[in-house]
Design a protein around this ligand. Structure first.
Ligand code: BGC
Length: 720
């Protein structure tokens, strides 16, 4: 109750789903403006969930509570410990988005979504700022591991599965980064310039599918500009396309400190500016008061924020347990992590190998682990999306022991020493929790002939793990695609030593994205691409190598032979030396002043702007159409079994195409197949790619001889 004048008291509405307009009416202009800002930078005070991304503004007198937001996509990102609190807050490191996409299985994406959605709720949070659905335009984008694919159908449908899973738990999602955000270099300022066709067929299509098939609670605009405008200030994107064309009516929020003009953002239908800056608040207040920002627009955005908040656990009084099913989720990570791996090569059925095979004179099977990444596995991306500091990382040493084998511990000790020395050399002030510029912690160590002779004697099998990592804020550089000389030497000497005595060499690629594979294919008998499979990393790898799990991952992106082969490579900052002041300039005036940047620098190609000259020809759309060789094509992935296909029916029903395919396991091990339907459109006025993925389906695990009919559907309009 509020006293207006002496003796006169009016009731204040307390927010509920039925009185949103009334509550907005009861707000002061300041309160309305505050509702349009996140409670990060401008509001201070105690943080309820340290390490999370922030919350929405609350107005207790009107019953408006905050919604709490945390980063994903593959881990609920918050700090493990809190001040004045003896408890630890452990959340699961799930497989990367790339791994989830490699499953070609929307149900599996749903399952992962469910698990992380439960963690969000269990720890008192409301919304996971995920998934990221941007396309892998270049192999080197630093954030590709937070994204699904180079293909919009795969990316959009997997995202929809993930979103539906999270939202089935009552937790919210925020689909990001809308849109055309395909590089990290100068990400706050770079202008993506592209054709309408590429925009519609590729860079918006992924979002459109996800929006229509899962209705995410919110969408985050991106940092970059597109066609000259910041995406958060572009009404065409947020109102015309997202809401009018696609019929979506959720909340749009900006990325953290994106854009320049707060008033333009609200006018564009970008309802909430995150994390909220004092300058933005002042600008909005001024515009609201002088009428240059229409109150009706402010009210509309406030309404969207309130509708969003009302869906959340917090305002609905959910009492959270502050613990989650860590055991159950770890088992899911191990299983999905293993299934999502892509078997690139398997000469002479090298894999799976029997971990229990004794060598006569030793009790356990000896396994020699080479490569620094065997000992420093990469479970996840670096940066806010995946801190690389999940609860634990299962190493290959531990996993080999779990599988009943004997990892060569003399070799392990040598690596440990090498890594410690390199770390001391590279990071004299201590190894950082994550470094956005380092693709690897330590360079490789190449064993001498004597060491190798000893290794070969004591072990039955050699595993060489090669690693690459990346994270938000920087792109990988050209040299990170290629193998280093030490890596090539390592492959060569190990392969020669083991092959001489008829022992096998297996390469495991624990990578954030494609790398050069010529030498790996030449020297390794089998190649398993693990990507970044989550906290159970070593176990998931070993489950595949030993045949406990039959891998059913398929590449969600093309593996080109060399960086430079794809036309987009010519328009990507592959050689641009990362410059922090450049990076910071776009969003922090202070940083710019500190760095003494006084006048606008000349525009640098691929840094200040990027021309998408390749049009629609990214990934397989380019390589297939122009007949260019690749190392491994999109959709590739071997299995320990074989499958036969039979088309049961095909046809067009109204506006829908349908294909029924009978898949039979023709091999001698249980396994799952990813069925992919590509369409080749006849040439009309526009040139067309050789083929495009339109639908996919994953079989259940089929026993030898067992069949399953899967149905693939797509709209006729999808072929337009
Ligand atoms: C990232 C977003 C993230 C946000 C909040 C930004 O730097 O680009 O993906 O959700 O921070 O942490």
């Amino acid at each position: 109750m509020v006293a207006l004048t002496t003796g006169q008291v009016v009731a204040q509405p307390m927010l509920n789903a039925g009185n949103i307009d009334e509550v907005i009416k009861a707000m002061t202009i300041e309160e309305k403006v505050n509702m349009l800002l996140g409670c990060g930078q401008s509001f201070g005070g105690e943080v309820k969930f340290p390490g999370t991304a922030g919350r929405t503004y609350d107005i207790p007198r009107l019953g408006v509570e905050s919604a709490y937001l945390a980063d994903g996509p593959h881990r609920l990102h918050m700090t493990k410990t809190r001040e004045w609190d003896s408890k630890t807050y452990i959340t699961t490191e799930f497989p990367s988005e790339t791994n989830v996409a490699a499953l070609f299985d929307t149900d599996a994406a749903y399952q992962i979504g469910q698990a992380i959605g439960a963690e969000v709720r269990d720890f008192g949070l409301d919304v996971l700022l995920a998934p990221g659905v941007n396309l892998m335009r270049s192999s080197l984008c630093g954030r590709n591991n937070e994204y699904y694919s180079e293909d919009p159908v795969l990316a959009g449908k997997i995202a929809a599965g993930f979103i539906n899973g999270i939202q089935s738990e009552g937790s919210g999602t925020c689909l990001k980064h809308f849109a055309i955000n395909n590089q990290e270099t100068n990400r706050n300022n770079n202008d993506s310039r592209l054709s309408q066709r590429a925009l519609r067929e590729l860079y918006l299509k992924n979002f459109e599918i996800a929006v229509k098939e899962s209705n995410p609670w919110s969408i985050m605009t991106s940092y970059n500009r597109a066609q000259g405008l910041y995406t958060c200030e572009n009404r065409d994107l947020t109102e015309t396309i997202l809401r009018d064309e696609w019929g979506w009516n959720g909340l749009v929020m900006s990325d953290w400190n994106a854009g320049k003009d707060a008033v333009a953002s609200i006018k564009a239908g970008n309802d909430m500016l995150q994390p909220g800056q004092q300058g933005q608040r002042e600008a909005l207040l001024k515009a609201a008061n002088d009428g240059s920002l229409d109150m009706a627009l402010i009210d509309l955005s406030v309404k969207r924020v309130l509708e969003f908040v009302l869906k959340c656990h917090t305002p609905n009084g959910y009492v959270y347990p502050n613990e989650t099913d860590l055991k159950g989720h770890a088992a899911l990570v191990r299983q999905i992590g293993a299934e999502s791996m892509v078997l690139l090569k398997n000469a002479d059925n090298t894999l799976p190998f029997n971990p229990a095979a004794h060598r006569g004179f030793a009790a356990k099977r000896g396994v020699a682990l080479y490569g620094v990444t065997s000992y420093e596995m990469v479970p996840a991306a670096m940066g806010f999306g995946g801190t690389n500091v999940g609860p634990y990382i299962v190493s290959l040493v531990e996993a080999a022991r779990n599988a009943g084998m004997a990892p060569d511990m003399t070799l392990a000790a040598t690596y440990k020493k090498h890594i410690a020395e390199k770390n001391k050399e590279n990071y004299p002030n201590g190894v950082p929790a994550f470094s956005i510029t380092a693709p690897l912690r330590a360079s490789e160590w190449v064993p001498s002939a004597e060491v190798l002779a000893e290794n070969v004697k004591n072990n039955d099998i050699a595993i060489i793990t090669l690693g690459r990592t990346s994270g938000e804020g920087a792109d990988r550089k050209r040299e990170h695609f290629f193998l280093t000389d030490e890596e090539k030497d390592l492959l060569k000497v190990v392969a020669e030593a083991y092959h001489k005595v008829d022992k096998k060499v297996i390469a495991v690629l624990n990578v954030c994205g494609p790398i050069e594979t010529a030498a790996i294919t030449e020297y390794a008998d089998a190649i398993l691409c693990a990507f970044e499979p989550g906290q159970e990393c070593g176990n998931s790898v070993m489950d595949v190598l030993t045949g406990k799990v039959n891998p059913s991952g398929r590449l969600p992106m093309t593996w080109q032979v060399a960086f430079g082969d794809a036309p987009a490579d010519q328009n990507f900052p592959a050689d641009y030396v990362f410059d922090m002041s450049m990076f910071a300039r776009a969003y922090s005036k202070d940083a710019a002043e500190k760095a003494q940047i006084t006048k606008a620098p000349e525009l640098v190609r691929n840094v200040d702007y990027t021309e998408y000259q390749e049009g629609i020809y990214i990934g397989y759309r380019y390589f297939d159409t122009f007949g260019k060789a690749v190392a491994f094509p999109f959709g590739h992935g071997l299995s320990y079994t074989t499958f036969g296909y039979e088309i049961v029916s095909s046809g067009i029903n109204g506006d829908e195409c349908q294909l029924e395919v009978k898949v039979t396991n023709t091999g001698d091990r249980a396994g799952r197949e990813a069925v992919q339907a590509y369409v080749k459109a006849p040439k009309g006025k526009l040139d067309k790619p050789a083929k495009e993925l339109k639908a996919f389906a994953k079989t259940k695990s089929l026993e030898p001889g067992e069949s399953q009919v899967v149905t693939l559907k797509w709209k006729t309009m999808d072929m337009a």
